[in-house]
Design a protein around this ligand. Structure first.
Ligand SMILES: *[C@@H]1O[C@H](CO)[C@@H](O)[C@H](O)[C@H]1NC(C)=O
Ligand SMILES: *[C@@H]1O[C@H](CO)[C@@H](O)[C@H](O)[C@H]1NC(C)=O
Ligand SMILES: *[C@@H]1O[C@H](CO)[C@@H](O)[C@H](O)[C@H]1NC(C)=O
Ligand SMILES: *[C@@H]1O[C@H](CO)[C@@H](O)[C@H](O)[C@H]1NC(C)=O
Ligand SMILES: *[C@@H]1O[C@H](CO)[C@@H](O)[C@H](O)[C@H]1NC(C)=O
Ligand SMILES: *[C@@H]1O[C@H](CO)[C@@H](O)[C@H](O)[C@H]1NC(C)=O
Ligand SMILES: *[C@@H]1O[C@H](CO)[C@@H](O)[C@H](O)[C@H]1NC(C)=O
Ligand SMILES: *[C@@H]1O[C@H](CO)[C@@H](O)[C@H](O)[C@H]1NC(C)=O
Ligand SMILES: *[C@@H]1O[C@H](CO)[C@@H](O)[C@H](O)[C@H]1NC(C)=O
Ligand SMILES: *[C@@H]1O[C@H](CO)[C@@H](O)[C@H](O)[C@H]1NC(C)=O
Ligand SMILES: *[C@@H]1O[C@H](CO)[C@@H](O)[C@H](O)[C@H]1NC(C)=O
Length: 868
């Protein structure tokens, strides 16, 4: 099969075209180069060429001198170095939409109805518009795409969306999920300008799901989201051809359709330099857009310090790039010499090499003590680096900035935030709704991080600054006066974005004076922080290690210790939690399990026969599952399969184990749990359905709870056992949980658990049983006595109503009595026996019926015909 090609190189009249065969298992492909007017040699075949030959963006895979090479894309075209672009500069949506799964759903009474009473994404003028619903329910318009990444790449979405306020609540959310994980969420209300979200992707298989969730309202009867472009890079090792630029010119070797640079203009074919005495800003089209340079001012240059030599340094002045003013007719101020060197910032020490002095941070796990020496952090703590960016001579490392107009294109009058020596600023002297992006890439090394910044609106009118972390909106600020704002960051890489925008053109200006980051790899440590519970460190650490399951850190956080008796720690790095009443920790202190006699609400319950917890953990040792008749309906420590909602449930009574079923696999990582459900993989997540590796009839095991979150007495005479922290249930990272109601019902005998009801991510089971009744206290027992025989009478304690006696041995004793000499006693005895016989036969028929009902119930619930 021939893969579509298309790149032609035109040199004089010779036009070469490359065709590629499909990549074979040995990672080779054939390349055929055809050429019209290129001589006798063509077409040429190059066999078994390496498919993993990698070309960077701006180039395409080509053959030169009989070898694979990456050729530069010519002017007016671009490549992303192996990837997909739908809409925007790439393939038209008309041709791309078939690659996506579109769907809509409405939510009514906690249930999702798919593709009913709603429409999904449609094309309009080469952008995608979310559909609408005919009902007043919450509705979702979903778009999903699967792809494989072969080299590190990115997913980029360019969109805008409507968000309004309905009855005080925000309505209209756009989210992006990658492999079930929400990576982006936007419910920003005031603006609905074009935005871009980007997510880095490592090689692997991906499913991206874009969701717009909204509701019709009086103020916006037809809310919509719009997508102009979806771009994925890294799906191929190289682009096989370059795409023509649809939206204007760029330079050879481009990875996107770039606008012409500062002091250049687009002449229709190439970017040309403006005349020397003129300037232009990015994206200028036509020579007329080059304007006369203005007189330079102090905003056009910056001061720079030299190195510190022999404790002295000099300053000088330099032009900021790009130079737009009339620099030829302006003289930069003279620098100064012999200035004192900088004093080191917190966490830095002076280091002198030769005659040059520098401020350097301490090594990892060290901090600067009072004597300005680097010393190791003591055990139980970690070094917390901190740095404060307050020098805005230039855009600092790892910052980037840009400006986008309402239509999503780069602003023509600004290129973003401007560093201004003592602050960095954005101003609204531009088109209304233009957005000014300032973004910072940071990496938090320690167990936690914080970011603090100081900002101020000058000439405040209506602007807002939105703060994003990893693409998710965190906050929108417009407080006036000098303001400080801080946010917490988790371990790992983050992108922090400051987005300033205003709905009107004004002289408003937003300034950020300083940004302080704590917990990253950068900067110096002034102090050491104490390791959080569940983690520990040795002397000189920059990070705390996590204690394993069953353990937590000691008081000093210098080591791990086993959880105390009756406490457990279910996860790595977690602290120890107390086991709920009626339970006790297991040997390894990683979970809790039932105790035979549970004391709850001042009463004791006998759980041994239904929990099956015995000497050995993770097995059913002794209890009702050992009865011959119930073996079929028990599995390991679980009661089940219990049918319900086309699923099979397995539930244990406070006796956790790892369920193992032949030929059924776990959907998530297998983990010991108290309850499981076995269900169709496709009903687990509707957008996973279409992936190739899932067979539709496949079943999967899903945990309904890995910890006991409560054992409580309900006032209607039942015990409520809650399990939680099961597997992930939905896109919002809610987890499955389950509840077992053990209801006191002596008439049901041992009874059997059954599925009762479900509500979104939780399932409830009901078990009517005598084991749900408390153990009789002495007072609750009934006493029976025998007749007086040989001067003695036997007394016996038996179960009272509503309670049980879980011991085999009888509680009986004798008391002396005087024998009755009533002559007609044989007659009375006869009447008594007759009476007892009648009562016994009634009782036994009732018991028979109850057992019969009980067993047919059992048979029905178990769904098996095996019992017959
Ligand atoms: C769909 O709309 C029809 C007509 O308005 C209504 O009868 C039906 O209940 C709706 N279905 C759902 C699932 O909301
Ligand atoms: C939806 O709500 C509007 C008012 O907000 C109402 O006029 C309309 O009848 C409702 N439609 C349905 C199908 O309930
Ligand atoms: C500062 O300037 C003086 C005079 O130009 C020069 O001799 C000296 O080396 C400079 N110092 C540094 C640190 O560059
Ligand atoms: C600093 O030391 C270097 C060599 O180590 C020497 O060449 C240079 O002249 C010294 N500069 C001053 C200002 O002392
Ligand atoms: C910039 O980012 C790189 C890579 O994330 C990192 O290694 C470097 O330390 C960062 N530099 C600063 C000054 O934050
Ligand atoms: C801009 O937003 C402010 C509130 O932030 C509002 O009072 C004003 O009317 C808006 N102006 C325009 C032109 O939309
Ligand atoms: C950040 O974390 C600290 C300590 O956990 C907490 O006290 C503080 O409230 C958090 N700040 C924010 C903005 O969440
Ligand atoms: C950063 O340093 C400057 C000057 O040293 C100080 O004014 C500012 O408050 C610091 N910023 C933060 C967020 O601590
Ligand atoms: C408990 O620990 C022992 C040894 O440390 C290990 O063999 C056993 O598998 C653990 N049990 C559980 C239930 O984790
Ligand atoms: C079970 O999960 C639901 C969300 O699906 C939650 O609302 C509920 O509080 C949870 N119950 C328990 C006992 O954790
Ligand atoms: C516990 O179960 C066993 C059967 O495994 C049964 O013989 C015994 O009577 C039961 N004990 C109670 C108190 O129900």
């Amino acid at each position: 099969m021939w893969v579509f090609l298309l790149f032609s190189s035109a040199i004089s009249s010779c036009v070469k075209t490359n065709y590629f065969t499909e990549c074979l298992d040995d990672l080779t492909q054939d390349i055929i180069v055809s050429g019209s007017d290129c001589g006798e040699d063509y077409p040429k075949i190059f066999k078994s060429q390496d498919c993993t030959f990698t070309c960077n963006p701006g180039t395409y895979l080509d053959i030169s001198n009989n070898e694979l090479t990456c050729s530069e894309c010519p002017s007016g075209s671009f490549s992303i170095g192996g990837g997909l672009i739908y809409g925007g500069d790439g393939h038209l949506w008309d041709k791309s939409l078939s690659k996506f799964i579109r769907e809509c759903s409405i939510r009514s009474e906690d249930k999702d109805y798919f593709n009913i009473n709603c429409t999904s994404w449609e094309i309009f003028n080469n952008i995608l518009i979310s559909g609408q619903s005919t009902t007043n329910n919450t509705y979702t318009s979903g778009l999903s795409l699967s792809f494989k990444i072969v080299k590190p790449g990115e997913f980029t979405l360019t969109y805008r969306k409507d968000t309004t306020r309905v009855n005080g609540k925000k309505v209209g959310f756009l989210s992006v999920f990658i492999n079930l994980r929400q990576v982006y969420f936007d419910n920003n209300i005031e603006e609905s300008t074009w935005k871009t979200m980007t997510q880095n992707l490592e090689p692997g298989n991906y499913e991206v799901f874009i969701e717009y969730l909204t509701l019709r309202s009086a103020s916006n009867p037809n809310p919509h989201a719009y997508i102009s472009e979806i771009k994925v890079t890294g799906t191929e090792f190289a682009s096989k051809y370059c795409l023509p630029c649809l939206r204007g010119g760029n330079k050879p070797g481009s990875s996107l359709c770039n606008l012409c640079d500062f002091n250049e203009y687009w002449d229709g074919n190439f970017c040309q330099d403006c005349p020397e005495d003129k300037y232009s800003i990015k994206g200028a089209v036509g020579e007329n857009s080059c304007k006369d340079r203005e007189i330079c001012s102090e905003h056009d240059y910056k001061h720079v310090y030299s190195e510190c030599v022999n404790d002295m340094r000099n300053t000088s002045f330099q032009w900021k790039q790009p130079v737009l003013c009339d620099y030829k007719n302006y003289e930069l101020p003279k620098g100064e010499q012999g200035l004192p060197c900088e004093s080191c910032k917190d966490g830095f020490i002076k280091e002198k090499i030769g005659n040059i002095t520098k401020c350097i941070p301490c090594n990892d796990g060290m901090y600067v003590n009072k004597d300005n020496k680097c010393v190791k952090c003591p055990a139980g703590t970690y070094g917390w680096r901190s740095y404060n960016i307050s020098d805005w001579t230039e855009l600092p490392t790892n910052f980037s900035t840009s400006c986008l107009t309402l239509s999503g294109n780069p602003c023509l009058t600004s290129s973003g935030w401007i560093p201004n020596t003592y602050f960095i600023s954005a101003d609204s002297n531009h088109d209304p709704h233009s957005e000014f992006f300032l973004s910072l890439k940071i990496s938090i090394e320690g167990n936690s991080g914080t970011l603090k910044f100081i900002y101020e609106f000058i000439n405040y009118l209506s602007g807002i600054i939105d703060i994003y972390i990893d693409g998710s909106l965190l906050d929108s600020l417009n407080n006036q006066g000098l303001q400080a704002y801080s946010l917490n960051l988790t371990t790992g890489d983050h992108i922090i974005e400051w987005v300033y925008w205003s709905n009107i053109t004004s002289s408003e200006e937003l300034r950020i004076y300083s940004i302080k980051i704590q917990g990253s790899y950068e900067g110096g440590s002034k102090r050491c922080l104490i390791c959080p519970d569940g983690t520990y460190s040795k002397e000189g650490s920059s990070i705390c290690s996590q204690c394993s399951e069953g353990y937590t850190s000691n008081k000093e956080s210098t080591d791990c210790v086993l959880c105390k008796e009756n406490y457990y720690s279910p996860n790595k790095g977690s602290k120890c939690y107390k086991c709920p009443p009626g339970t006790d920790s297991n040997n390894n202190k990683t979970n809790c399990k039932a105790i035979d006699y549970a004391y709850l609400n001042d009463e004791a319950y006998y759980l041994a026969n239904i929990s099956g917890v015995g000497g050995k953990e993770g097995v059913y040792t002794y209890g009702i599952c050992n009865m011959l008749s119930s073996k079929l309906y028990c599995h390991q420590t679980f009661y089940g399969p219990l049918p319900g909602e086309n699923k099979d449930f397995y539930i244990s009574v406070l006796n956790p184990a790892l369920l193992s079923l032949p030929s059924t696999s776990y959907y998530f990582d297998p983990k010991t749990a108290f309850a499981y459900v076995v269900m169709d993989k496709k009903s687990l997540s509707y957008f996973k359905e279409q992936t190739s590796d899932i067979c539709h009839n496949d079943k999967a095991i899903v945990s309904l709870g890995t910890i006991i979150s409560g054992v409580n007495y309900l006032y209607n005479g039942a015990l409520k056992i809650d399990y939680s922290q099961g597997d992930i249930c939905d896109k919002h990272k809610n987890k499955y949980n389950s509840t077992l109601i053990l209801k006191c019902d002596k008439a049901s005998g041992i009874g059997w658990p059954s599925f009762n009801k479900s509500n979104y991510c939780s399932y409830e089971f009901l078990w009517k049983s005598k084991y749900g009744c408390p153990i009789c206290t002495y007072d609750q027992m009934a006493t029976i006595k025998s007749s007086c025989e040989n001067g003695k009478r036997m007394f016996k304690k038996i179960e009272g109503p509503g309670c049980i006696i879980p011991i085999e041995d009888d509680i009986e004793w004798y008391e002396s009595c005087s024998e009755s000499i009533y002559k007609t006693w044989p007659m009375i005895l006869a009447i008594l026996i007759t009476g007892i016989l009648i009562i016994a036969s009634i009782i036994s028929s009732i018991i028979y019926r109850k057992y019969h009902i009980g067993y047919s119930l059992l048979a029905n619930q178990s769904g098996g015909s095996e019992i017959n």
